[in-house]
Design a protein around this ligand. Structure first.
Ligand SMILES: *Cc1c(COP(=O)(O)O)cnc(C)c1O
Length: 372
């Protein structure tokens, strides 16, 4: 049978798997599973059955199989946070290997890439800008991984995944291209179909979408690479527990309708911001729920953050509830000051994650916060 479309996969994710014929997948709280006999234990297939929950649980497996299908990969791994997914992705790097990234990334990435450099001797090279030619010029024999985030956080820059993957693989076929797909989700972008080798998500954001859990997902294409990640994942044990796996799978079922509404709401807020004289610039890639914008006056930044009532002044993004944050002091505080300046991450830049409230209420909230 041909593969179903994304909406059909998510609507029925995990259903009809339970031995007791439950339609939705029940939540399994058990750290271990019983063997029928010595013969069964000897022939045990860890990719199908269950023994010990670090290796697999029914809820985590259903989630991982769903994510592999949504991202069109061979295998997916559910971990305890987005950063843990990034750590799993980079677990294949050895001392002397080179990692290249673009200049605008989630703040925690830089901290982790620096750790890998300082503690493990991984050669981390960051591009000054987003030029594909400059990126490819840096790719050498030593380049194990190229790290992309598109659209980027918080500057909303877009990268042509297909062009980068083609050019990088032409220069060095061994180099892997990884994409952080947190902002667009598989609804808008499936990097593996565009030539990338690895996709990661902070599932804390749109995939779970309700501001109530922390999780991460890695999906990859090559079965040999998947085997390496599988061994590392089940051995180190940074696995998503059954409850959060159950919650995340449940949330995934509404991914498309949520993401589409996030987009239409954000488009209305963008319209207001573009006509607001106190706003000097709006960064929005055309779809998705995240908007970054600059205020002309730093006092207006404080007015907004102190006075919003419908929108919440809090970190994170991608949930049903609208959140606003100031990357300079919050998500990107650990990025070197000169780099923040170069990227345009200033104290006048705000990042708004548009939720599923009525967009008129969101616009009115921003207006009243600005004192109008
Ligand atoms: C939040 C985020 C991360 C980190 O994920 P956590 O779940 O907070 O560990 C990574 N990449 C992007 C783009 C993010 O927004």
């Amino acid at each position: 049978m041909s593969e179903k479309s994304l909406d059909t996969i998510i609507a029925q994710a995990g259903n009809h798997l339970d031995g007791k014929k439950a339609v939705a997948l029940p939540l399994y709280f058990s750290s271990n599973y019983r063997h029928d006999s010595l013969a069964e234990a000897k022939n045990f297939d860890p990719h199908r059955g269950y023994t010990y929950s670090r290796l697999a649980t029914p809820n985590r497996r259903a989630l991982e199989e769903t994510m592999a299908r949504l991202e069109k990969g061979t295998a997916a791994f559910a971990v305890s946070s987005g950063m843990a997914a990034i750590q799993l992705a980079l677990s294949i790097l050895k001392t002397g290997d080179q990692l290249i990234s673009l200049d605008d990334l989630y703040g925690g990435d830089f901290r982790y890439f620096r750790c890998l450099h300082d503690h493990a001797g991984v050669d981390f090279d960051q591009l000054d800008g987003q030029s594909i030619d400059d990126l490819v010029a840096k790719v050498s024999e030593k380049t194990k991984l190229v790290w992309l985030e598109t659209p980027s956080n918080p500057m909303m820059k877009k990268v042509d995944i297909q062009a980068v993957a083609t050019a990088v693989h032409e220069k060095n076929p061994q180099t892997l291209v990884a994409v952080d797909n947190t902002f667009y989700t598989p609804v808008y972008q499936q990097p593996l179909t565009l030539g990338a080798d690895i996709v990661v998500h902070s599932a804390t954001k749109y995939l779970s979408g309700h501001n109530d859990l922390l999780g991460g997902i890695l999906v990859c294409k090559d079965p040999d690479l998947a085997a390496k990640y599988y061994e590392y994942h089940i051995t180190t044990g940074d696995t998503l527990d059954s409850f959060d796996s159950w919650l995340l799978l449940r949330s995934l079922k509404t991914l498309t309708v949520r993401v589409e509404r996030h987009t239409s709401n954000a488009q209305q807020v963008v319209k207001y911001l573009q006509g607001e004289p106190r706003v000097s610039k709006v960064l929005y890639p055309g779809k998705g729920g995240i908007i970054s914008f600059y205020l002309k006056d730093e006092d207006d930044v404080e007015k907004i953050l102190n006075n919003v009532k419908v929108i919440t002044f809090a970190e994170s993004l991608g949930g049903i509830e609208s959140l606003i944050t100031i990357p300079f002091y919050q998500t990107h505080a650990d990025v070197e000051l000169d780099q923040r300046q170069r990227l345009g991450i200033t104290p006048r830049l705000l990042r708004l994650s548009v939720g599923l409230e009525d967009p008129t209420d969101l616009v009115n909230d921003l207006k009243q916060a600005l004192g109008k």
